[in-house]
Design a binder for this molecule. Sequence first.
Ligand code: AMP
Ligand code: GLY
Length: 447
Amino acid sequence: MSETVLLVGGGGREHAIARALTESGPASGANGTSSDSQSDGNAALYACAGNRNPGIAALAEGFETLDTENATAVVSYAEDVGATLAVVGPEGPLAAGVADALDDAGIYAFGPNEAEARIETDKAYQRRFMRENDVPGCPDFETFDDVEAACEYIDEYDGDLAVKPAGLTGGKGVRVIGDQVTKAEAKEYLRDSDYDRVVLEERLVGEEFTVQAFVANGDLRVTPAVQDHKRAYEGDEGPNTGGMGSYSDSGLELPFMTEDDYREALDVLEATVDALSGYKGVLYGQFMLTADGVKVVEFNARFGDPEAMNTLPVLNTDFLDVLVAAREGDDLPELSFAPKATVCKYAVPEGYPTDPKAGAKVEISEENAGDALLFYASVDERDDGIYTTTSRAFAVVGVADTITAAEEIAEEALSVAGEEGLDVRHDIGKPDLVQRRIDHVAALRGE
Ligand code: AMP
Ligand code: GLY
């Protein structure tokens, strides 16, 4: 049966999903073993997003600009194009019940329903869920419905805390005492905000990594670990962002991890899926590798952005086969990955995230990106070219045998893009940075 897939969302992550659905096999440069695909991997793709992503629009047979948190509008477009499947990329539409509405309309949505997406959209629920279901790796935490009570707890707590608004903040809401802020600044932040519900939890110290899994019908299929870089500036300085770039290695683990560390993360994801029996879509675990083992920083109910751009280009298994098996209630196919490392770097508007200046012309295109893959995010397509907005603009991804070689491919593409009006964290994936991560974990382990 030929499938028509509606993709919801217009960021770099969704561009990677669009490419995985429309191009068979791994991306160029990512030669791996051939897959034993049930389909030819190609679907008729339609997409909708709040912004017109030129990369997705070029791959899709139709692209509609609409409010993706308006479930009625998304379902109506899905019905117009005859969608047989849908993939919901970002968290906003999941929180707005878009997956529920598509399912109700008879269009299987790969993405959890609103209630199960609370694993991401409500951090207080997320921690209580972990405690109630004995999911391993939960830090000590308290939840508050009142900012003043939270401030009092900060005063009384002996040690550093992570201060987390319970709702969605685009990755920018958390403040870590002892790292980014003092206790006094954390209280001021809460009092100046309009957050009503807050989670305070023990500060975790270590190295962060992400493991994403495809989940449906009680099955879970994991993907290689990725390390994202949330801080805006080189050397992990500056404010938190949605993610400035990320790398993965040629196997499942990152260079600072052991197989046992990966296994601990997998145990967390398995325990979570066991407790969320109807969950479908991507379950994303953000982990901290600490001196006491692997702890959970948070869960997301979708692919990471940028992490999807590391993972999908090396996926040999056809994404469409996963979607069809999920819809049909079948076992999910075993996944195979090209044994390649990846480095992804986002170009963001100058001044991002605090004072971003939009309107720089984007000089890079899929044609002149060399060996790198180019993924568009928030850009504005005008008659005379593509321009930056105030959010992350585009990402380049190198795929190669080693992280170092992948990083060089990404940097070559960035030299084509130029620096005009753009900021990039050039340190991501460089040997120095990776070595610092290895040394950090060795020091934590007392090695
Ligand atoms: P989140 O939105 O929960 O992913 O948090 C954003 C970032 O804040 C994470 O990627 C971590 O760098 C940091 N963070 C969150 N929770 C903690 C914690 N308990 N201890 C230390 N850092 C944290
Ligand atoms: N890269 C972090 C996120 O997608 O939330």
